[in-house]
Design a protein around this ligand. Sequence first.
Ligand SMILES: [Zn+2]
Ligand SMILES: [Zn+2]
Length: 446
Amino acid sequence: MDIALDFFDEYVGDKLYSYLDNPLAKLASPAAANASSSSLSLSSLDLSSAPNAVSSVTAYLATVPGLSSLPRDSMLRQALSLYAITYVGIFVLYFSVATASYYLIFDKRMEKHPRFLKNQVAKEIAFSLEAFPMLDLLTLPWFVGDVRGHSQLYDSIAEGPFGQQGGVMPWLYMAFSAALFLWFTDFAIYWVHRWLHIPFLYKRLHKPHHKWIIPTPFASHAFHPVDGYLQSVPYHMACYMFPIHKYMFIGLFSFVNLWSIFIHDSDMLCGHPLEHYINGPAHHTLHHLYFTCNYGQYFCWADKAFKSFRVPAKDDDPLVAVLSGRAAPKAVVPTPVAVATAVAAPLPSGGALSALAPASAPAATTTTRPSLSLRAVAPEMKRIDSGLGSEVELGAGSGASSSSSANSSGDESAPTPAPADKKKAAVGAASGAAARPRREGLRARK
Ligand SMILES: [Zn+2]
Ligand SMILES: [Zn+2]
């Protein structure tokens, strides 16, 4: 961040802070010029190169670093500047990349999905904008600590590990540090995310992000600010734990933000060999749909190691429900007991959703991108969820209510398992009955 801060000070900060609090910058008022200005010391100024005209001198003085009562190394000034830089940075990144992803990658047909909320994109953007100020504030100490020299970011190869030794070792270390960064942050975020599904934390922090069952790229930053912050802590911790070249850190930090947007495009590309190793959009779409799987960030290994991995399957594609006109089951918020059990107990690894349906259930007849005609979308169905006290607005398809009621009565014709009532789900999940698949855990969640 010191690079960004130096740039900011050079082109904006010095002028801005001088204008804000330097008496000499206030139109060369003699009274103001004589006013004491804390750290201001005229003797410290190099006026030899300044223009002779008083007005020009004033303009010049206003640009000289250190004239403000908040010099560049003031912690308060650094904090204020970093807050502004971070806010602008996240704002530009969010809108540029999420907009590009929304228009270039996100399949707009997904907006016809029964679980896609009314005006969801606007809500995702509004929620993100609401979170940014507090998220920025929470992150600030990490950035201030960095610019004040407390992190292990280094400026040049020579200053890093093996830098004095020369040769290939410093470069090998850079590659190692990048791999370590990705491994550490992926592992840490896996557990932070998984713990955020513990009922106490979920209810208070993580639940808003799961409001987006069919997320768009604009949901990538639509978190409760504390949730977003907790999931970003590993990134900041990493550069305090081991040396990282600062330009590499900037690249990695940008990458993880782009990745976060990328995995929210709801694209269910399946069948690629890398889907067993890389946590992509399909994996995270499943997390939003089924709640207790694929907590990872960019790799699958932690989900596999801790038994929460669910391999993407074509039947799981939310677009299947859209294009076939079949309604997905109602979004049901799990009871705390069910959530706790789901967090604590592993899921069966992988498997298509159809494999969990009874034998009588029709197999999905579509592929990842079937070309069936859309059915008319019925009027909005609004349901107040009393389970965790939130409001769920569902744009139900024409078959939604009949299918939902059919599911309730045991009709398994829907492509996803029917939601049992919450009490039954809690008891079933808690019992861990081996003979019955853990449908409670795999059921669509909010
Ligand atoms: Zn989650
Ligand atoms: Zn998400």
